[in-house]
Design a binder for this molecule. Structure first.
Ligand code: ADP
Ligand code: MG
Ligand code: ZN
Length: 499
């Protein structure tokens, strides 16, 4: 059953949208939050488990120090204050993917509070999103519902459980209610999640792969009648797993809620499920209130009281953050606002910067990422950052071109080899014999052949038409599969003709 939808413009005439975004990120620590099990994605089910993350009686948690530091660094990068003292709490509920029957989380004492994140919108303007808190918790296991048509529990014959993910460190970043977004609410939701992803990537604390679930967004949306100052009832669309879906889910909820309210109905506070295929949401469970969870302080873990020194030291570990990098790129690479925005939108800025850090000139790095590699990413349907080539590998290819060891054409073949996972650039050059031929003996033979095949051209050059040498150079390049050093070939042509 599809819900009635109100026209988007009418929604905005009659209501003001209010958003709240909750983003969960899995930290890429070596081990889980409270035990020594490996924190890795994609291993066979139930191979990364122990008594602690399986919740067996008597097993005790030990806190992962790296996860705490990551949480604090995230808090600092989001301009939050770090709590001088905080604790974990037990969030009690029963669900088979959580064998302890409670989630170790933080409740009223989060590690970081009151921050902000400035997000850039498509026109280049900034919108500041206020952050309520960033807190630590653990992930649950994964249920696999088998026997139905769509992998959901309805219609399934049975369920399988994989506890590898149980106990993986999570940070939840929660915004304050976002007001004033108006018609740009869907865009702001997307831009916020994008900015947060870029920030976390720069901090190097998470893979932030929405497609693999290491970054997940719950989008809260409500509508407030124009003229009212009391928030409407919100719905929470869970686990929206792409940037585009965040935008579409917010827009859909605005139109659905507008229609419900206009027809005299009420919005129920509930979770909703976003369906990628239809770009619509459907009702999930009625939302528990926090009393239902019977939160209480976790008795098995000591409180965390970061010293000022510790916080100050972590502050010094913050890398250049995305907006700082943007400002620097703009001045150092001499970009216009528009050029900068195009690079940011293409997800190329960090990659170019990393390529420059690896030794490549900015102009070359930029040209590779925005043209050839962008085409490759498009044709594979992946994000630029997910192409299997690193900035360091690209920088090496660029260096080989600068040294004259590769032509642009050969460089592209080497990059293709890296993308095909054939190895490092130097290995590919060696394996395929792709290096530029600068060997005079080989080149002289090729030039002699080309001159012999085109005596009229040779005659012209001899008669003083130096420009005609280009035809011979072209023939040699063709004969050598583009591998000849064109500069040297030209010198040899002129030398041989005048000899
Ligand atoms: P819950 O535990 O129910 O998910 P949280 O406090 O973790 O609650 O997150 C709720 C999110 O929704 C926050 O981002 C909050 O700012 C936002 N929010 C609260 N009230 C509203 C509302 N009426 N409309 C839209 N968003 C809201
Ligand atoms: Mg929540
Ligand atoms: Zn474990």
């Amino acid at each position: 059953m599809t819900a009635a939808l109100m026209d988007y413009d009418e929604v905005l005439e009659r209501f003001e949208p209010v958003l709240g975004l909750e983003v969960h990120v899995e930290l890429s620590t070596a081990t889980k939050m409270f035990c020594g099990c490996a924190n890795v994605f994609g291993t066979p089910p139930n191979t990364q488990v122990c008594p602690t993350c399986l919740g067996l009686p008597g097993a005790l948690p030990v806190l992962n120090g790296v996860a705490v530091e990551s949480a604090m660094r995230i808090g600092l990068a989001l301009n939050c204050s770090i709590a001088p003292w905080c604790r974990f709490a037990r969030k009690n509920y029963f669900y088979p993917d959580m064998p302890k029957n409670f989630q170790t989380s933080q409740y009223d004492e989060p590690i970081a509070v009151n921050g902000s994140l400035a997000v850039e919108l498509s026109g280049g303007s900034l919108f500041t999103v206020e952050i309520e808190r960033a807190h630590m918790e653990e992930d649950t296991g994964k249920s696999l519902h088998v026997g139905g048509s769509d992998g959901r529990i309805h219609g399934a014959s049975h369920s399988l459980l994989d506890y590898n993910r149980a106990g993986v460190p999570l940070i939840e970043v929660v915004t304050k209610p976002i007001e004033g977004a108006e018609a740009r609410a869907p865009e702001i939701a997307r831009a916020y999640v994008t900015a947060l992803r870029d920030l976390l990537r720069a901090l190097n604390v998470s893979d932030v792969r929405m497609d693999q679930g290491s970054m997940r967004c719950d989008a809260n949306v409500s509508l407030m009648p124009r003229g009212s100052s009391t928030f409407g009832t919100r719905t929470e669309t869970k686990n929206v797993n792409s940037l585009r879906s965040v935008e579409r889910a917010v827009r859909y909820e605005m139109c659905r809620q507008g229609a419900v309210l206009a027809s005299g109905g009420r919005i129920v506070q509930e979770t909703r499920h976003f369906d990628e295929a239809t770009a619509s949401t459907s009702a999930g469970r009625r939302k528990e209130t926090s009393e239902d969870y019977r939160y209480f302080p976790e008795p098995d873990l000591v409180p965390i009281a970061p010293s000022d020194d510790w916080v100050a030291r972590l502050r010094t570990t913050l890398p250049e953050l995305p907006w700082q990098r943007r400002a620097r790129a703009k001045t150092e690479w001499g970009l216009s606002d528009l050029e900068l925005r195009d690079l940011v939108n293409a997800g190329a800025l960090d990659l170019i910067a990393a390529t420059v850090d690896a030794g490549a000139p900015a102009a070359e790095a930029r040209s590779w990422w925005v043209s050839y590699l962008s085409q490759q990413a498009n044709s594979r349907g992946v994000e630029l950052a997910d192409l299997p080539i690193t900035p360091a590998q690209l920088a090496r290819v660029i260096a080989l071109v600068a040294e004259g060891a590769l032509t642009n054409n050969l460089a592209r073949q080497v990059v293709d080899g890296v993308l095909a996972k054939e190895g490092e650039p130097d290995e590919i050059v060696a394996a395929h014999g792709l290096a530029v031929v600068s060997d005079d003996a080989a080149l002289t033979a090729a030039v002699e052949q080309a001159l012999a095949a085109a005596p009229d051209v040779a005659e012209k050059i001899r008669g003083g038409k130096v420009a005609a040498a280009g035809a011979i150079v072209g023939a040699v390049m063709k004969a050598t599969g583009g591998q000849a050093n064109a500069q040297r070939v030209r010198e040899l042509v002129l030398a041989l003709v005048s000899a």
